[in-house]
Ligand binder design. Structure first.
Ligand code: JCQ
Length: 240
């Protein structure tokens, strides 16, 4: 998979790239993440990447020229997506879609915004990581890179764990415990030490369902409510 990131602050993306497990996946050829400094694609003496908005107003707007020049030089994989609060909400469904592609690319907006011609004539869409405003799209881009690349076979240490957790099946994760079996008088649930793998699997499913019902009923709604099997396993552990 090829991921191309376009930014005016490359260090904000190079640092997490160097510090993550992705570094290893990258050297093993599983995924290639490239960070492109938009300033390298300027041609004026000041290396300008931004200017004041036409019509007046506070702040600066990213110039179209460096962004078009960078994208035309790199010819990155598409979709080419602009990060910004006005975009399609990034979620696990989008992460899975992007993980199934040979590559994608992200443009990090900054300041008061990006020249509208980038939106109209260059990118394929806009992606939002949530309803808040960041100083720039770099932190949002890293959220997307991490959520997508961890789904690729061989990128994470543990092959199985990417699927067996929150949102893999549209449910929140079941509670996990490790040693010691008793910590400050709080015991690990007996079922997890029983060795009965069928009962453990049903307990975990019941816990994931109960937790999702309590904290994220919208996720239960999205999977079309509870099935008979769901109700049965909840009842088995007194959670119905
Ligand atoms: C991304 N949720 C919030 C800030 C303008 C494209 O124009 C702009 C982009 C940004 C950076 O992205 C975000 C964001 N998802 O703020 C202002």
């Amino acid at each position: 998979m090829q991921i191309d990131l376009f930014t005016i602050l490359p260090t904000l993306l190079e640092a997490p790239l160097a510090g993550s497990l992705l570094g290893r996946a990258r050297s093993r050829g599983l995924v290639d993440v490239r960070v492109h400094d938009l300033r390298r694609f300027t041609d004026d003496v000041h290396r300008s990447v931004d200017d004041a908005p036409f019509g007046g107003g506070a702040g600066m707007v990213l110039l179209p020229e460096p962004i078009f020049a960078a994208v035309e030089a790199v010819q990155p994989h598409r979709p080419l997506l602009l990060l910004g609060p006005g975009g399609r909400r990034f979620d696990q469904v989008v992460a899975v879609e992007l993980a199934a592609s040979p590559g994608f690319s992200l443009v990090c907006g900054r300041y008061e915004g990006v020249d509208e011609r980038v939106r109209e004539h260059l990118v394929d869409g806009e992606l939002s990581v949530g309803d808040y405003v960041l100083a720039g799209g770099e932190a949002a881009a890293w959220v997307v890179v991490e959520a997508v690349t961890r789904l690729l076979p061989g990128v994470m240490g543990n092959e199985a764990s990417a699927d067996d957790e929150s949102f893999g099946d549209g449910l929140l994760a079941y509670p996990q415990y490790t040693r010691p079996a008793t910590f400050r008088a709080w015991d690990v649930p007996e079922v997890l030490r029983s060795g009965d793998h069928g009962r453990i699997a049903r307990w975990r499913r019941a816990q994931a369902l109960a937790r999702t019902i309590a904290r994220r009923p919208d996720l239960i709604e999205a999977r079309g409510g509870l099935t008979e099997g769901d109700r049965a396993v909840l009842a088995e552990f007194g959670l119905g």
